[in-house]
Structure formats: C-alpha cells, structure tokens
Design a protein around this ligand. Sequence first.
Ligand code: COI
Length: 358
Amino acid sequence: MNSRIKITKSSQSNVSKVDFSNIPFGKVFSDHMFSARWKDGEWGEFEIIPFGNLSIHPACLALHYGQAIFEGMKATKSVDGKPLLFRPEMHADRINASANRLAMPEFPEDVFVEAIHSLVGIDADWIPPTEGSALYLRPYMFADGEFIGVRPSDSYRFLIFTGPVGPYYAKPVSLLAEEHYVRAAVGGVGEAKAAGNYAASLLPTELAKAKGFDQILWLDAKEHKWCQEAGTMNLFFVINDTIITPAADGAILKGITRDTLLHILRDKGYKVEERAISIEEVQEAHAAGTLQEVFGSGTAAVIANVDKISYQNNLMQLPPIEEHRIAHMLKAEVNGIRNMTIVDKFGWIVPVKESIPA
Ligand code: COI
C-alpha cells in the first residue's frame, strides 16, 4: 500500500501479556494508534505511532464545551486467521454525520479506511481468536483549540486506538423505563455519537442501578411515552412474531448493528417494522402474553438480551432467555458473518489489506 500515513512502530509489543480468555471491556489497549491533526483548514500529519498519552492545553475546547465525537467498530478474524473489518465505510460516514452536527470538520473517508486497514494490520495479533470477542476500534475526534470562547474550534485531533474486548454484557440486562430524565430530543444531538450524550446518561443510569436495574429504557423527551434506546444501544421488541424497532426519528442513533440486524431479518423473511412504539404498547403486549423478546443492539454489545423491564412500578418479566430465538439467531448470524463461517451475502466483510511485517 502506497501510504500517506507515516508509521512508527513501538519498540516492543504488549500482546503476550494479554489473557485472551478473560478480557475486560475497554481496559486493554493494543500497541499502536492512529493520529491526525486539522489546522489551517485541512487534515494532515497522518501517522501511526506507539499507543501513549496525549498532551493537551488546559484550555482545550473539548474539555470545556464538549466538542467531541466518537465511533465504535470491530475487527475480527476468519476461522482461518485472516483479519477482517466490518462495514468500515459506514462508520466513516457516521463519524462525518456526527462531525457535521457538532460543527466539526469531516474526516476524509479514504484516509479513515486506510488508517483502519493499517492499524488493524499492524496490531492483527491483538484480535482475539474466540467467537464473540473482537478487536474494538475507537475512532474519535475532539476540538483541541486553545480558547475558552464558545465557538467551533480552529484545530482538531482525530485518533483511533484499538483494544481486544469480550462481550460487553456478560448476562441479560434489566431495564428501567425512565420518565423524568431524557437522553435526546428531536433537534438535539441524539442522532450523533457525541461524547456529551453519554455524559448526560450517567446520572440517570446510576440512579437506575441504585434501584436494581442495569440500564435505562429511554423514552422520548416530549411525551415520555415513546421508546427510544436501551442504555447505549438501539432497541428491538418481538411482539406476536413481528420485530419492531423505534424509527430513526432524529433523536435515535442510527446504529450500524441496528441496520445490520434489519437487513438480516428482512432477508430471512421476518416481519419487521421501524416505527414509533410506546411503552404502553409494550406493557399491553406483555399483559396479553405476546411480548416474546426484547433486546438491545450496538457495536460493543452486538446483541444484549433483556430479561425484565420496569415501567411505573410494573415489572414486566420476559420469557426465559433460552426462548429468545430471534436474538439468538441474530447473534449467531452476526458472529458467523464476522468469522466467515456464514456467507457474507451483503458484502459487509472487508479483509484487511495487508499485515505490516513486525
Ligand atoms: C458501541 O456500541 O460501540 C458504543 O458506542 C457503546 C459504547 C459507549 C461502549
């Protein structure tokens, strides 16, 4: 590959220190990271460097006003050991949609994709071999302008680091439908992967945890009635053999896993609806015995089964997880496509272009 990316390899790898059979989510980082800078109106200084700390000015704009966005994506290995990416262009498009909403410069898609290929190629030994595990990739951009007036920054950093991860949720999650706090309103930044969305979710989530729930089922900001997301995931309901997911109405993140699941389901002939779904409808379905499954989807979690939902002190217990056949089927499909034991008829898998010799 004739690259615009300057590569400086780390003098030694930490990969041998990792216990791939027991990886906590988000605490282990691989040897290298990609870095770029935007200044004087353009992106440059594309490089892959040893993973390490950043140095930033105390007035760094992102720290004060939250001009910061990110992506989450995964690289896996085929059963015969080839490093693979999953829908990288879609992540490039989404980070640029987030950038637009936060008045940040778009990052060139070709450099994004090349950086991912090079980084995963260099750190391919960090991709866990076990099904359900992956190398998590964290592209992100933040305003590093040194100024505390409120306006878009005149300089930005774009970085990608990676780390091996196991499943995000080790067990089914319980949800509390939240009637006071909101995640996002139409016209806000809920559709963007903006750092501040996640900061705003922390207090309500801690309060839900104190009541014994794992995550929040977010309801809409206006009527506190329409289901939006579950924690950091998109949300799916199976009612009477129909799979329903809240429509992307401007307040919901357009999840790439969400899109992946919708394609698989429609291709297999399931009845799928993207539409507004109220928490009352969920409650009525539960009372009628037609609420078969609920699950969340996201890059980190892939699919997280939901075992119970509480709304207005009414606890809805879902059928036993073994009976959540659609969630199980989808998980097996996504994992199978990602290790190439299932044919990728959608063209989502992109083999890493080259492994750079150590
Ligand atoms: C992802 O699924 O990649 C997410 O963005 C969730 C993350 C905040 C852990």
